[in-house]
Design a protein around this ligand. Sequence first.
Ligand code: NDP
Length: 407
Amino acid sequence: MSKKVLIIGAGGVGNVVAKKCAMNPDTFSDILLASRTKTKCDKIAADAAALGLPTEIKTASINADHVAELVALIRDYQPFMVINVALPYQDLPIMDACLATGVHYLDTANYEPKDIAKFEYSWQWAYQDRYEKAGLMALLGSGFDPGVTQVYTAYAAKHHFREMHYLDIIDCNAGDHGKAFATNFNPEINIREITQPGKYWENGQWIEIEAMSQHKPIEYPGIGPKESYVLYHEELESLVKHFPTLKRARFWMTFGQQYITHLQVLQNVGMTSIQPIKFQGQDIIPLEFLKAVLPEPGDLGENYTGETSIGCQIKGIGKDGGELTYYVWNNCQHQDAWREVQAQGVSYTTGVPAMIGAKLMCDGTWLKPGVWNCEQLDPDPYMALLNQHGLPWNERLGIPLPHEYPD
Ligand code: NDP
């Protein structure tokens, strides 16, 4: 039986999730899209209606920092689950409201407190017992990375490896949005992520490095070599916990020279700081002000050309006992995303997996009380849905990987 869902957050990702859910009436019978700025929800709903999508999108205004407001909205609408695609700061209030009202929860990014640029799963994993006792499920990080990258890794473990030793997640955006400087998802969250120290897992411990200090060209399928930088990314924390045979796990992301130059200047002049400063008698946070002057991620799509390529490269012992190398990835064209749901590729590659995670919860395939990361559930149904809903994947086995192991 198809279910009612409440989607919170009407940015670049919210636009994709709402439209993708509206295209799947067999799973999602009713959709309420709520965000702080209701006019953004109304625009998405009007676009979806103009596209003739089968399920109508209703809209509401919500400040998801406030549990009482969330509880009132959830009680009134009575959804089966909440899909949280607002910002990581709202994860805990929304998880609390779901517990208070007895509805399931999904998000695409792990919690981080507003006043420290630090993200880790401890805050959300701490809800495990309460969700389990309440018979509720929280699916954490069902975007692309986190999300699909963990499903890819779980798929590799299930079908190809006896033991995985080296994992490199490689994320390339070879697109061009034509702006001098813009971020592909929420600028505040994006800049906090990449200006903090890099970190990777090696031989049972985290190795911390200066931000953007390790880089090299990596070859991406259909794109060619692109300079890629080691970053700390949240799925590394859960992957090394759930796949303890990993000797090393790293995350690489591409950045163009123009992006890096702008970021360095912004850092040098203090615009990326999250410490409040006084401005005309008011406390303002430079990074929040910077976000206000940068383009919205949801507005980059129309003239975006090029493609993204995100995948996992793994080396270890194959099922037959011999050494095995494996690469699984998706390429997504920005223009295809625009044609289908008027979004750029980064919002698309996040929003489609959020819809898929919700679909597997709504139809009961993945529904299981407790707090889960994507690699803890059966990857097969998720992998099948990726092929059906716009993010087809490719795999290569037993060949020299474009990205060599070890270095
Ligand atoms: P946007 O900035 O485009 O959108 C965020 C939306 O959340 C806006 O509509 C904003 O409303 C709303 N919002 C912010 N604060 C609140 C609040 N207190 N109450 C209600 N709504 C609020 O970001 P994106 O759509 O690009 O990103 C959405 C999420 O997806 C982020 O958490 C991001 O980290 C995550 N993400 C995950 C990826 C993955 O692969 N796993 C990749 C990319 C993004 P308003 O306009 O009023 O501020």
